[in-house]
Design a protein around this ligand. Structure first.
Ligand SMILES: Cc1cc2nc3c(=O)[nH]c(=O)nc-3n(C[C@H](O)[C@H](O)[C@H](O)COP(=O)(O)O)c2cc1C
Length: 311
């Protein structure tokens, strides 16, 4: 696919420049601040590594909503948010919400008449609705609506993106987004049911993977990813990581720091020069050339959403 082709150093530097520029533009409406004194109609907080959740957030937003990136808002010193409607859109990681979403929730307060949460996932959402519901309740928030939308699975050790793109599930995405948007616009009260089979699948996964059940994908980037010799030092990874955990050393990207395992760096590297370190019992990624970014979302969008400017 066009967006999977590697680009040369000059082009990569140009893309990076665009991304850095977009970080510096202060008040584009997409990321308008919540503390501007006026009560927002609909506030949507999103986290997205490869664009699926950002695309869904935009589609649900309509014209009146304000989108706020969780990777940026997690640094807000006064994380108090109020709106008519407040929503959360994020990928599902190991059946639950990414650690950064949990951390943002834990340090923030929310006030609204209607709350919703939408997870994007590739294969199985299982206990996500219950997890979100419980997490929200702990912060005094009663979610009115929780659902999930199946999209391309970005977890490379288990899923080959080329196969994912050929999967008929992709055709159903627009319809699912429209259903979810209509339900939210109608202020429906609905929580996607969790079945006994969902619970068993989840239990089996956690037992065999031995991942932490609360923060299964929170780790250190140096344990998960590395830049190969194909790295040209363009720095896209340094501007894209939600934790700012990449730096350039002698023109080569080096991973060090907190990591969500979101794989934003792996999928969005213009040279496809970032790979995943195999962690048994998980398999090696089946196709090192298959990388994904939601076709409706640009690299500059993701840099703007996730980029951390470090001193
Ligand atoms: C670390 C990791 C864990 C994931 N775990 C699950 C999962 O438990 N179930 C599932 O169906 N998809 C899982 N996925 C796939 C993502 O939830 C899915 O591709 C999502 O739409 C990506 O959203 P984004 O493009 O906004 O980052 C996982 C992806 C990653 C990177």
């Amino acid at each position: 696919m066009e967006f999977n082709r590697p680009i040369n150093r000059r082009k990569a530097l140009k893309v990076m420049g665009l991304g850095m520029l977009s970080l510096c533009v202060p008040t584009l409406p997409l990321y308008a601040k919540a503390q501007d004194g006026k009560r927002h109609k609909r506030l949507i907080f999103f986290f997205s590594a490869t664009g699926n959740s950002l695309f869904v957030a935009r589609q649900i937003a309509g014209e009146d909503a304000t989108l706020l990136s969780i990777s940026q808002e997690i640094h807000n010193e006064v994380p108090e948010y109020e709106a008519d409607e407040i929503g959360f859109v994020c990928p599902i990681y190991c059946f639950i919400a990414p650690a950064i979403v949990q951390d943002f929730f834990a340090r923030s307060t929310f006030k609204a008449d209607y709350f919703f949460a939408v997870g994007t996932f590739g294969a199985h959402s299982t206990i996500f609705p219950e997890f979100m519901n419980n997490m929200a309740k702990e912060r005094g928030v009663q979610l009115n609506y929780i659902s999930a939308i199946q999209m391309v699975d970005t977890y490379l050790p288990f899923f080959d993106v080329e196969r994912e793109l050929a999967n008929p599930k992709i055709q159903r995405i627009p319809e699912r987004i429209a259903e979810v948007r209509a339900a939210i616009n109608a202020h429906e009260d609905y929580i996607l049911p969790v079945t006994e089979q969902d619970r068993m699948m989840c239990e089996g996964y956690y037992r065999s993977s031995r991942r932490d059940r609360q923060r299964p994908t929170a780790t250190r980037s140096e344990k998960i990813v590395f830049a190969t010799e194909a790295c040209v030092g363009c720095g896209v990874c340094t501007s894209l990581c939600p934790h700012g955990s990449w730096r350039l050393v002698d023109g080569h990207a080096v991973a060090e720091g907190d990591c969500e395992t979101c794989l934003a760096c792996v999928h969005n590297c213009p040279q496809k020069a970032i790979s995943i370190i195999p962690t048994p019992p998980e398999p090696e990624e089946p196709n090192r050339n298959a990388r994904f970014r939601n076709p409706n979302v640009t690299l500059a969008d993701l840099i703007k959403a996730n980029g951390q400017v470090k001193e």
